[in-house]
Design a protein around this ligand. Structure first.
Ligand SMILES: [Zn+2]
Length: 913
């Protein structure tokens, strides 16, 4: 019945358009993916029941190199890859044999994704499904890029980029196995003279050259002798490879062992002659593989030197301070290390300490007068400049963290690419446009706003073409392809027409056609005008989208990129720019991060088979709010399954109840209105967990109490049928399969997926009845715990109620603004004064009680107190039945028992005989 139910067309209803970052179908989906698609589905189902016209589309992103790599590895019979696809993803052998063609892989998994998504109950309009290498889609991308190009955002230039030498391709975030947070940093190479040759050391702080006391070389590493642009250098072998990628000609001429360098001297005009010391910690894969040591200002250098000197070596070397920074003593590195009590280089605080000193020196440090006396932030630039002009320094690009590894397993390098095409995200004017729009958007949760702000201003120019992979040809250089993150930024607009544009031949899809559909620009000779008009109508109806959903790791690229692209493609049409985004937390499996490549995943399909689609949905929605991380544990999922069964059984048991309504039915109805209101509010705010708490547990708990309170021989009133109808609808977005089934059982009209969402009826709300019931429930609980404590079978129970004067004290305290002076206020009353200690004791007890009671109880107690006597008199039969003994309800004064004197408002004294 659902097959075509969610196909959504423009109508007279208000629209709600939500979408989610589409998947890259190169393997099977795991339960982490499940949540990404189920959250928007719950939201879609909620708004559909709120009678909006909802569009929830899905497509598949197949652009890029990964799938090409996979097909190659399968063609080469790579055992690891074949195992992954055959054993973990369970691809049948006859299909696996065809995986040597990358398109076969993505088509296979796109079908699989649709099948598994359907088994999860996703209410998707599948007519709009496409893959990003469809010829029509490529035409759309060409149109989008024409606008980017015309706006001056597509440029050609030389830039350092992440690069894989095996794939001979720049590497995008999605192509990385490790190191997606690594940034490219520009280092200055300080050139130390070593005989005829240079030994370069990379630094971010060239001004510290004045404090260099030695170099560090790794004695276990064999260094390379090279000619770099004709000049002799000594660097690590890795560095030689790297420099060759950065606009240098590199010729390897020989080798020299690190141990042979140790003890030798080097010199630089700004620090004179210094020795080379041994240091096993020097990583040949970091920059040049040699390090200059500034022990006065670098904690690592300080400790390394101290370690050697504690063995009695190199005693003549003393740290040379050159920067004064307040609060860090004579020698900042020494000061900080000693203050923190750091014993050795392995101390985990070393990085933080290094960062602290660097920042302090940069923001408020000043060079000594003999080195020019300038602030560090000024001197740094000047010294770097001077070194490049006068002392042979060159620039070297390197990552700020390691390792950075390509999907193919190769180490990623920094290469300077010429004739490389870039999207100019570095352009401040473009950034400002995006920032201005972001400021108007709804972001959920609100905390992500700062992360978006930061990303907009941090983004640098982006290499936007690749030589290898699937995708749309780059219009200004057909030998290249538009890379995956750059062709998936405005496709939310394409969804609105995806099912209709297929009717037009791709070769007719000129930029003018799209200009007409999306921008309303008329031009002559437009083909198939009628079809175009229908598409224009779709676009105008649906766009802009209301909310886009995605995991938080896409903030730093995709989610921000799409804003840049929208701002340009829809320039001047602010009403077509995205309205909101919801950002998800991550998924854990038994406490560890889910990762397909590490095998730590639970496949979504297996989860659905084992537990059922509704269980998977309810567990994922109930275990955390969407933006929180969630942890999949089978034993917890199993208890969710039991909850659904309990829900189903309860509804089946009570739906046909035929009894007369009792007083307790009014209570149940009143409570139900509150649950409706709270569930609705939670879902409006995307709080799926909160909504389930109300809609499932809230109502379940009430029903338990209700059934307990029913008179003997009554299993519920006929009004329960209405409650079931509300309850089933409130849960339908979460457990739609169960929902549809029960909706039939309740004789509901049509599909529950389109049934009207329940609306809270204020006329049915009665705070007084709820309060009375709460008093009773709390008292029952008190009696139960006392009986448990005394471990005796009671003969009779007396409930003694607080006198009016105590209620007066209670109200005075609850109303008082200053709880400290409230006793004075109470003592103004002559009769209170007369009671003396009794009054002060009661004041204290009432103060404690008010703190303990929830606000929704205290407020009505003050405004419109309930008659406790009447409440308990009416419930006498119930209480006697509950405890199986006579129950007496008396005012405390009449009880004739010392315990009765402890009675407080809303907390009667309980005397058990
Ligand atoms: Zn690679």
């Amino acid at each position: 019945m659902w097959t075509h139910a969610f196909e959504s067309n423009p109508s007279d209803l208000e629209k709600y358009y939500l979408n989610v970052a589409f998947p890259y179908p190169s393997g099977a989906m795991h339960v982490g993916h499940g949540r990404t698609y189920i959250v928007p589905d719950v939201v879609a189902r909620f708004w559909r029941m709120r009678q909006k016209q909802v569009l929830f589309p899905m497509a598949f992103h197949v652009t890029g190199a990964p799938v090409v790599g996979i097909s190659k590895r399968i063609a080469n019979k790579d055992e690891k890859t074949i195992r992954l696809y055959r054993d973990l993803y369970r691809v049948p052998q006859n299909i696996l044999d065809k995986f040597t063609d990358p398109l076969t892989i993505v088509r296979h998994f796109a079908d699989e994704y649709q099948r598994v998504m359907t088994s999860c109950g996703l209410s998707i309009d599948w007519r709009r499904r496409f893959i990003t290498v469809d010829p029509t889609y490529s035409k759309f991308i060409e149109w989008q890029w024409k606008h980017l190009y015309d706006a001056g955002h597509v440029i050609k230039g030389a830039h350092p980029v992440r690069y894989c030498t095996v794939d001979e391709n720049p590497v995008g975030d999605h192509d990385l196995l490790e190191g997606d947070k690594a940034e490219v940093i520009k280092f200055t190479l300080v050139m130390f003279r070593f005989g005829d040759a240079f030994i370069p050391c990379a630094t971010l702080r060239p001004e510290t050259i004045h404090g260099v006391t030695n170099l560090w070389a790794n004695p276990d590493v064999t260094y390379a002798k090279i000619r770099l642009d004709g000049k002799p250098w000594i660097v690590s072998k890795e560095a030689a490879e790297k420099l060759a990628l950065q606009d240098h000609t590199v010729e390897v001429t020989g080798e020299i062992r690190g141990s042979d360098l140790v003890g030798k001297k080097v010199s630089h005009p700004l620090c004179g002659e210094v020795p080379i010391l041994p240091a096993p910690f020097v990583d040949p894969d970091m920059a040049s593989g040699m390090v200059m040591s500034v022990p006065a200002h670098a904690p690592f250098d300080y400790i390394a030197l101290r370690d050697l000197q504690q063995k009695g070596q190199y005693m003549e070397i003393k740290p040379i301070p050159l920067i004064r920074v307040e609060g860090y003593g004579e020698i900042p590195a020494q000061y900080a290390v000693e203050k923190a009590g750091i014993q050795n280089q392995m101390d985990s605080r070393m990085d933080a300490l290094t960062q602290e000193i660097y920042s302090a020196e940069f923001s408020k440090g000043k060079l000594f007068d003999k080195y020019g006396g300038k602030p560090v932030r000024v001197a740094r630039e000047e010294v770097a400049e001077l070194m490049q002009q006068k002392y042979d320094s060159v620039v070297m690009y390197e990552f700020d963290q390691r390792p950075v590894v390509c999907r193919c397993g190769n180490r990623v390098r920094v290469k300077i690419l010429h004739d490389q095409w870039f999207l100019k995200y570095g352009d401040p004017a473009w950034k400002q446009e995006v920032q201005d729009h972001l400021d108007t958007m709804a972001l959920v949760p609100t905390e992500v706003r700062t992360e978006f702000d930061r990303t907009i201003w941090w983004l640098k120019d982006w290499a936007c073409t690749r030589r290898v992979g699937l995708g749309t040809k780059f219009p200004w250089d057909p030998a290249q392809l538009i890379e995956p993150l750059s062709d998936s930024t405005v496709y939310m607009a394409y969804y609105t027409i995806a099912h209709k544009i297929r009717e037009i031949e791709p070769k007719l899809l000129t930029p003018e056609v799209f200009d007409y559909i999306f921008l309303g620009k008329e031009s002559e000779d437009l083909p198939e005008k009628k079809k175009l008009d229908a598409m224009r109508k779709e676009f105008l109806y649906w766009y802009p989208y209301d909310f886009r959903f995605s995991a938080k790791d896409l903030i730093s690229n995709h989610l921000t990129f799409q804003l840049f692209h929208h701002c340009t493609v829809f320039a001047g049409q602010k009403d077509k720019l995205p309205k909101g985004m919801v950002v998800f937390g991550m998924g854990l499996l038994n406490g560890a991060k889910m990762s397909s490549s590490k095998g730590n995943v639970f496949l979504l399909e297996d989860a659905v088979k084992e537990f059922g689609g509704d269980t998977v949905r309810m567990f994922l929605m109930g275990s955390a709010e969407p933006w929180q991380d969630f942890d999949w544990r089978n034993e917890l999922v199993l208890s969710t399954k039991k909850q659904i069964e309990r829900f189903y059984n309860t509804v089946m048991e009570i739906k046909d109840a035929a009894g007369e309504p009792h007083d307790i039915d009014r209570w149940l109805k009143s409570r139900l209105q509150m649950h409706i209101a709270k569930t609705t509010e939670a879902l409006e705010n995307f709080q799926t967990r909160q909504a389930l708490q109300e809609a499932y547990f809230g109502i379940e708990t009430d029903l338990k109490w209700y059934r307990r309170r029913l008179p003997k021989n009554c299993d519920g009133s006929r009004e329960l049928h209405d409650l079931c109808s509300v309850w089933v609808r409130l849960l339908a977005p979460f457990i739609p399969f169960t929902g549809e089934h029960l909706w039939k059982e309740l004789a509901g009209e049509g599909l529950i997926s389109f049934a009207p969402w329940p609306v809270a009826d204020a006329k049915l709300v009665s705070p007084k009845i709820e309060l009375a019931e709460e008093l009773l429930a709390r008292t029952v609980e008190d009696i139960e715990s006392i009986v448990k404590l005394i471990q005796l079978q009671p003969k009779a129970i007396t409930i003694a109620l607080a006198p009016e004067w105590k209620r007066q004290i209670f109200r005075t305290i609850a109303k008082a603004e200053d709880k400290n002076t409230v006793i004075k206020e109470i003592m103004k009353d002559e009769s209170m004064r007369k009671r003396g200690k009794e009054t002060t004791d009661t004041t204290k007890q009432c103060t404690t009680l008010i703190h303990r009671l929830p606000p929704h109880v205290v407020a009505p107690l003050v405004q419109d107190p309930i008659n406790e006597k009447a409440v308990f008199d009416a419930a006498k039969g119930f209480l006697e039945h509950e405890f199986g003994v006579p129950v007496h309800v008396v005012m405390a004064e009449e009880a004739g028992h010392v315990k009765a004197l402890t009675a407080l408002p809303f907390k009667p004294a309980i005397i058990i005989e």
